[in-house]
Design a protein around this ligand. Structure first.
Ligand code: ADP
Ligand code: MG
Length: 584
């Protein structure tokens, strides 16, 4: 095993003179008295390994000794991860007090003493390879598959398989024979290096199925797909975190993985406190039962931010291989990029734009590329839908992290300061935002067949109403209420109707916080029908009261359970008012 001696310390960049070969991303431990600090090799120059330490380096001095481990930064995968709160290095935060860590303490992410009820899925003589399901155990409400470890690259024959029964994760549940006739014992634990994608699937086609989030401004105007990617850029306080939480509560996913990266600890503590209490609107169970939180808050060592997003992605890939729909959220990917920038600057690398590393665009796009919809060897499908937030300094969307993310992610949900200031939540700008999935023929075909046969026409029409409303408003502001034709007022108020009823959504109301697609389509048709109507007004003074009345009624409808007698009464009243005003 290679050893080394600390030569230089620049904050958490530690330069180590090595005695033998070390590889990129290899993990080492720096001995600091009785403590062992975990570090990762990020660059090797001659016999000097530049390592980033995942802990505070306080007290470390040249001459301290280092042990290399010959393995990369990896996660431990197996049943028992669901409902857990991990730190960036997959330490179990529940095994500690709060989210504050003791330096040098690395806890086991899995519980070696729990028993799991195993059911075999293969029989003796079966041929298997990486990612194949050997058996399953119930984990909370999902069926956790015990798979052939992803590192086993050949084809194997099942020599023996455990019968139905209770086992610990460390017990052998199968023996496989390799090509040379050697026995390989398999238990329920496997390890995987976080920076390498798990690709034990058959095919990764372009995603095409709608992923309902329950958030109208997303689903109705710029839909996300199962296995798709998106990002939410927005200035501080615009609602990135609240929007991600809304998505996580309501999205049609089997499993949610939240990577809280570099944000303030109190926001994350809120997440810990709030999530266990929340009911899952889809299953009626506790939301935490299908959530894993990986957290590296602003008070934790910066280097572990990078680890935290990769750890979260690797856990997502593991569950995807079980045929699950995983939703992965990262808040905020800017903090991760800033951590990369700090390290790159400390190593005095040639800087790219705004002093970020030159390869930032590649790092971001490689990360986003790990999401996706896959066909598995078992004949089923699995997916990782990934949505990250970006916090551009000063709301400048031309900065490198936003620009690089824009190239990597297919959906763009831009939060606007102006909308947030006027409390138009969620503050997603309907004009600037987009979903590139609406350019995929297979997505359109899916939406037309499963949701609405004239989806694209409706979306374009709705965006057009919003755009023309905005233009009309600008003219009214310049020329005055009576300086513009009556039709400008009408256009403006039609766009207000769409904005207040379709786009705006109360993230804190029991009913309004999540709208199923069927209901979204129903309301959209209703609103578009009103927007298509010609109304008779005597003067501009009549326009606002008329539309305000419609908006109030539709708002009541939004707060009501769908198609209840009350809902229907409001709808009938709406039709009556509209009919009275309609041009003959
Ligand atoms: P960011 O993460 O972009 O800094 P937050 O998501 O923390 O911003 O939102 C800041 C504040 O804005 C919240 O505490 C809340 O008061 C308000 N807010 C954001 N989104 C909504 C929403 N959908 N409904 C109601 N209030 C919201
Ligand atoms: Mg936030």
């Amino acid at each position: 095993m290679t050893t080394g001696i600390v030569k230089g310390i620049i904050s958490n960049l530690v330069q180590v003179e090595v005695s033998g070969p070390v590889s990129q991303n290899e993990i080492c431990y720096i001995n600091l008295g009785k403590e062992k600090l975990m570090a990762e090799v990020i660059k090797v120059v001659g016999n000097i390994a530049n390592t980033q330490v995942f802990e505070s380096t306080r007290g470390l001095k040249p001459g301290d000794t280092v042990e290399f481990t010959d393995h990369l930064l990896e996660v431990k995968l197996g049943p028992g991860m669901l409902s857990k709160n991990f730190d960036g290095l997959q330490g179990d935060l529940n095994k500690r007090k709060g989210v504050f860590l003791t330096r040098g303490e690395y806890t086991d992410p899995l519980d070696e003493n729990s028993l799991w009820k195993f059911t075999p899925l293969v029989k003796v003589g079966d041929k298997v390879s990486a990612g194949d399901w050997l058996g399953s155990v119930p984990e909370s409400w999902i069926t956790h598959k015990i798979m052939v470890p992803f590192v086993m690259e050949d084809e194997y024959t099942v020599k023996s398989i455990a019968g139905e029964g209770d086992y610990k994760i460390t017990e052998t549940i199968a023996v496989l024979i390799d090509k040379e006739g050697k026995d390989i014992e398999i238990n329920m634990i496997q390890k995987w290096p976080v920076k390498i994608p798990i690709t034990a699937y058959v095919e990764k086609p372009r995603p095409f199925k709608l992923l309902e989030t329950g958030v109208r401004t997303m689903d109705t105007l710029n839909p996300m797909v199962e296995g798709g990617t998106g990002f939410i850029p927005g200035p501080f306080g615009a609602g990135k975190t609240v929007l991600q939480h809304s998505i996580s509560k309501n999205a049609e996913a089997d499993l949610i993985i939240m990577a809280a990266c570099g944000e303030r600890a109190n926001e994350v503590v809120e997440l810990f406190v709030e999530f266990p209490e929340l009911d899952d609107p889809r299953t009626g169970r506790k939301l935490m039962e299908r959530t894993i939180i990986v957290c590296n808050t602003s008070n934790m060592p910066v280097a572990a931010r990078e680890a935290s997003v990769y750890t979260a992605m690797t856990i997502a890939e593991y569950y995807r291989n079980m045929g699950l729909k995983v939703l992965l959220l990262a808040d905020s990917t800017s903090r991760w990029a800033q951590a990369l920038r700090e390290m790159s600057n400390r190593m005095e690398e040639l800087p790219g734009p705004d002093a970020y590393p030159m390869d930032l665009p590649a790092i971001i796009s490689n990360f986003y590329a790990r999401a996706g919809f896959v066909y598995l060897k078992s004949g089923t499908t699995g997916s990782i839908t990934f949505i990250g937030t970006v916090s551009p300094a000063g709301g400048n969307l031309k900065e490198p992290v936003t620009e690089s993310t824009k190239k990597a992610a297919r959906c763009f949900y831009a939060l606007s300061q102006a909308r947030a200031d006027s409390k138009r939540y969620p503050a997603v700008d309907p004009i600037d935002s987009y979903s590139k999935y609406l350019e995929y023929p297979e997505v359109i075909e899916y939406l037309n067949a499963n949701v609405n046969p004239h989806w694209v026409k409706d979306v374009n029409h709705t965006k057009d109403i919003l755009l023309r409303g905005k233009e009309a408003q600008e003219q009214i502001n310049i020329l005055g209420d009576d300086g513009v034709p009556l039709s400008y007022h009408d256009k403006y108020w039609k766009s207000e109707l769409v904005d207040r009823i379709i786009l705006q959504q109360d993230g804190f109301d029991k009913v309004d916080q999540s709208t199923p697609m069927k209901r979204q389509q129903y309301m959209l048709e209703l609103i578009l029908e009103i927007c298509n109507a010609d109304f008779v007004f005597e003067g501009f003074e009549e326009v606002m009261p008329f539309y305000t009345r419609l908006i109030n009624i539709c708002k009541q409808m939004n707060y009501m359970e769908f198609q209840t007698p009350e809902f229907n009464n409001y709808e009938a009243e709406l039709h009556k008012i509209v009919a009275e005003r309609r041009a003959k």
